[in-house]
Design a binder for this molecule. Sequence first.
Ligand SMILES: [Zn+2]
Ligand SMILES: [Zn+2]
Length: 231
Amino acid sequence: MNLQDYISRHEFLSPIIEAQSIADRLVEALDISIEFPSVEECKALTADGVPVLQHDEVLARLNPFEGETDRKIFETLIRQEELDCDPMLRLIVWTMIDRSVPKELKASEAWATWRRNYCPICGRRPVMAQLRKEFQGRARFMLCDGCHTMWEYNRLGCVYCGNDDLKSIHILEIEAEPEIRLDVCDKCQAYLKTYNHEGEEQIYLNDRLTLHFDLLADDEHLIKHGSILTE
Ligand SMILES: [Zn+2]
Ligand SMILES: [Zn+2]
């Protein structure tokens, strides 16, 4: 299915798509250029498990704002500290970050040895996962909602609490849309929205475009992690 068809079949997605396009236009109009550290520099920065953007000096260098308050808001959001602010502001700041991270750093190939439950670039918890065919079966990759970096993680178990007792993890699906399933952890009540296939990443590997699966989870009182709109 192409993206346009998908969107017209899921009209309830319009407000969220519109919000993202406003954020895109605003960021474009701000014309801020953030010079991201090189691949080599990122590898060195993350060698001990500290994500690139969680190094104070890197964060200060990348901060595109001049006013003290703006600089502080930017850093608070990137550090994922608590801040009561408009979701649009979150969307704008993370759109800036997303645009500044080079493609090669977003690809899972760049992070073959990472295997942690947080993003190597910004330190966020993953918002979604994808199962891909690999040489010996299927492998699971995590997606960051902030910078859209992907990295491989354990094939099984809960990425949020580390629960690896498979008896306490179950799967929720919508029959009409088998592309996505929810891996639910009975221990921490969190779920991980997982794209089961390959080839339609533009649609199914997009947290906002698969919102109806979050509504299903919400009906079951499950907890969502990793979204830039809430954390
Ligand atoms: Zn990230
Ligand atoms: Zn869990």
